[in-house]
Design a protein around this ligand. Structure first.
Ligand code: ZN
Length: 132
């Protein structure tokens, strides 16, 4: 089963916790065990799993990413968003999470975050549930 989630981002760079929406897809499917693959079909966005408890963790990740890959640099790409493309490749376009008893197996402090690097935009996330 392939599902998708629509996301409207509001900032140039932001991380959005999509865990409950991903879990909602699993709930709707009735699947109890398998693998949940989350895929972002964008070249200036990404998906990652990290801490949901202290928002400073996400702030620190964004701050350090901006230091490593500054918005303005000696980039050749004429669209002017090379930094976003580079951050997208550093973080990556997909994550896989196991499903047990109908729930995503995530640690207490883990959430799945959609990562916007060139917003605000309308975005889409695909979710494929694999069972056996
Ligand atoms: Zn571009």
């Amino acid at each position: 089963m392939l599902s998708d989630i629509d996301i409207k981002t509001r900032s140039q760079i932001e991380f959005i916790d999509i865990t409950s929406q991903v879990q909602g897809v699993i709930d709707k499917s009735g699947i109890k065990e398998g693998v949940c693959s989350v895929y972002v079909p964008h070249t200036t966005a990404a998906v990652t799993i990290n801490e949901n408890a202290d928002p400073d963790v996400i702030r620190d990740i964004i701050t350090r990413l901006n230091e490593i890959v500054p918005l303005n640099g000696n980039y050749r790409h004429t669209e002017g968003n090379s930094a976003a493309h580079i951050k997208s490749s550093i973080i990556g376009a997909s994550e896989s999470v196991f499903i047990k008893d109908g729930r995503l197996i995530l640690g207490t402090w883990q959430s799945i975050f959609f990562c916007e690097f060139d917003g605000p935009r309308s975005r889409r996330v695909f979710i494929k549930l694999i069972t056996q």
